[in-house]
Design a protein around this ligand. Structure first.
Ligand SMILES: [Zn+2]
Length: 377
């Protein structure tokens, strides 16, 4: 279900209504400063998400369902409904949304970290192949998936035939895609955390067998350090580098990988689905209000803030820590693209071909000038 401002107000006027909604409340055993940091980080993601959604909605080759999905992304966390220290909001669940991706990553880490951290000799593997054009990206992702099934089947068959020399095949695989700005190509690849060095090497060997165009030196095996699990689940803004952003590239990647899972556990139990709840609540000690409906304004408090009907901003000034600075840089990149597109639109409008009627007028004016000996230029 989708929730909008009107519904928020309904919920506000009838608290029992909330009991019927599917919500998940994170009962946080965290200090106030930690929950404050979380809401500040959430604002950073919201400020980025709303701008990305705007840029994505502005693309010209969208299907109606894409437009609807990006509009929902625009609304994601658009209102916070406050009931004391409990803040409830709506999540769009789109993969392109920084808010929903962060929520999904946290869910995946919570579900899989206990199992993965029990693996003593874990290795981090990256499997790649040659880059492809946007139109071939979906097929490339399917090819990777089919070949991964072959890799697993091959290892299982080997293990059955050689029970004393079997490979320990436990871990998780994630799908990922990066963009080459120079060549306008996409690199689809897999990251895998796997249970031993021998298994990692066997996987790479089989991957090269099933991907004849893949370059051996482009595959990577390294010991999984403490941060490897978190690295595997982290949010990577598609279509964005340190100094560029393109909504078109972001859209191309997400539409090519639409309907596919991002995380594939193997040899360990599948804990949860990747989906996140549409309505979520969090306990945050922020102010003494009993009730509040906070609406996000992308230009408030400089880069964005939730504002109450009486004009009070929820968080006020932006923080200056490393994470906030990183988001500010990303926000500026997206703003730059939106402004650039708008100026392109103005250019396009101002260079529109002249109408037949205007041409007639112009011709008769020229005729008049010639007839009356008036200099034209
Ligand atoms: Zn979202």
């Amino acid at each position: 279900m989708h929730i909008n401002f009107q519904m928020m107000c309904e919920i506000r006027s009838n608290t029992s209504h909330l009991d019927t909604l599917e919500t998940s409340v994170h009962k946080l055993d965290r200090s106030t400063s930690e929950s404050l940091t979380r809401i500040h980080n959430r604002r950073s993601r919201k400020a980025l998400s709303i701008r990305m959604a705007k840029a994505l909605c502005g693309l010209s080759d969208l299907f109606i369902q894409d437009v609807k999905a990006y509009k929902r992304m625009h609304e994601c966390n658009g209102h916070l409904w406050q009931e004391g220290s409990k803040f409830t909001t709506y999540y769009c669940r789109h993969r392109a949304c920084p808010l929903c991706s962060a929520m999904r990553s946290a869910k995946m880490i919570e579900a899989y970290e206990p199992q993965l951290s029990k693996i003593d000799d874990a290795y981090f593997v990256t499997l790649t192949d040659v880059n492809v054009k946007a139109d071939d990206l979906r097929n490339e992702a399917k090819r990777f998936s089919q070949n991964w099934s072959k890799v697993r089947r091959n290892i299982h068959t080997h293990n059955k035939r050689n029970p004393h020399k079997s490979y320990d095949l436990r871990g998780i695989r994630t799908i990922e895609c990066t963009y080459n700005w120079k060549e306008d190509t996409y690199n689809f690849h897999n990251h895998i955390i796997v249970s031993s060095k021998e298994t990692a090497e066997r996987i790479v060997k089989l991957h090269l067998k099933y991907h004849p165009t893949a370059n051996e030196s482009a595959q990577d095996i390294r010991k999984a350090d403490e941060g490897a699990i978190r690295e595997l689940f982290k949010y990577i803004a598609k279509g964005m580098t340190k100094d560029s952003y393109s909504a078109q590239i972001q859209h191309n990647i997400h539409s090519a990988l639409k309907g596919m899972n991002q995380y594939y556990p193997f040899g360990i139990s599948k804990q949860v689905s990747e989906d996140i709840d549409e309505l979520q609540s969090e306990v945050i000690e922020l102010n003494n209000r009993e009730y509040g409906v906070w609406k996000f304004d992308a230009s408030a408090s400089m880069y964005g803030d939730w504002i109450e009907a009486d004009g009070t901003p929820l968080l006020g000034e932006w923080r200056t820590d490393k994470k906030s600075r990183k988001f500010k840089r990303m926000i500026k990149l997206v703003d730059k693209q939106i402004n650039h597109e708008q100026s392109d639109e103005i250019k396009r409008k101002t260079s529109e071909t002249i109408s037949d009627e205007d041409l007639q007028t112009l011709r008769s004016n020229i005729r008049f000038c010639i007839d009356n000996g008036i200099e034209l230029f």
